[in-house]
Ligand binder design. Structure first.
Ligand code: SF4
Length: 270
């Protein structure tokens, strides 16, 4: 299924400290949500028209569960009115089991936490939180216990070696996800310069094959800079289940430029 993302991150950035992310800032950043009920409804309308689900992205580093729950309570009417569209949330790490029960009660169907890359690469890329993947895994497992579908992702192109890829597959197996997003790193978006993989369709297609072979029954979507990596090949890919539509951080306000037909022109898995 395709996914439309609505980000609650402020354009001023995020204190997550991930070298690969253009939003990463070292100084303290604002946490105020700037998405209104009408923005949220607009995203639901687009998702409904595109047979996509909606994914809400919160300030993911050090997310405060109270802030997350307050926002969801504020939007409870919108969520209820649009219950025909699946809603996922990406609120960052949360190891409080009651949090997942509460969000399930609010009508949230899915929890996303991207594992991103191998443990070794993660420690290099996110030196501020080198062991965060343990808590990411724990969060995913708690969400599954609460009955939510769990979504995770691999950010490929960070310069991974064969052993990094093997470790990533291992992490994904441990997470037992319902959906995996293969995110493609965009070198133009990184916060810091590091040695990365040069985007190439052969490599991008090989990663799709690898994931499809290892996780044949798991929903597979593409995100990040897939256009940049895959180019014209995208229209011929038939073994994925969906795409992220639009761009990150547009706060759901892309309706003026978004064209469902154009964006949905790829062949979906049967
Ligand atoms: S990847 Fe997520 S947590 Fe890391 S800096 Fe970017 S927005 Fe923040």
């Amino acid at each position: 299924m395709n996914i439309i993302q609505l980000s609650l991150l402020k354009n001023s950035g995020c204190g997550g400290g991930c070298k690969f992310c253009g939003l990463s800032k070292t100084e303290a950043t604002g946490r105020e949500a700037i998405v209104t009920a009408s923005d949220f409804q607009k995203v639901y309308d687009q998702a409904s028209a595109a047979e996509a689900r909606v994914e809400l992205v919160f300030q993911t580093a050090g997310a405060n569960v109270i802030e997350v729950l307050n926002f969801l309570l504020e939007m409870a009417e919108v969520i209820k009115r649009n219950s025909h569209v699946d809603l996922a949330i990406n609120p960052g790490i949360c190891t409080r089991p009651d949090f997942f029960d509460q969000i399930a009660n609010l009508g949230i169907k899915r929890y996303r936490n991207n594992l991103e890359c191998s443990r070794k690469l993660f420690a290099e890329m996110v030196p501020k939180r080198p062991l965060a993947q343990d808590e990411k895994l724990k969060s995913l497992l708690l969400a599954a216990e609460a009955g939510l579908a769990v979504d995770t992702g691999w950010l490929c192109g960070l310069g991974e070696t064969e052993s990094d890829v093997a470790d990533m597959m291992n992490l994904l197996e441990m997470a037992r996800p319902d959906a995996i997003t293969l995110n493609y790193f965009d070198p133009g978006e990184s916060a810091e310069i590091f040695v990365h993989t040069i985007p190439a369709p052969e490599r991008g297609l090989a990663y799709i094959e690898l994931l499809r072979g290892r996780f044949p029954d798991v929903e597979l979507t593409l995100g990040g800079a897939y256009d940049l990596w895959l180019g014209n090949h995208l229209n011929r890919i038939s073994n994925i289940d969906g795409l992220y539509l639009g761009t990150f951080l547009d706060h759901g306000l892309r309706s003026k430029s978004w064209n469902a037909k154009e964006n949905l022109g790829f062949v979906k898995a049967g």
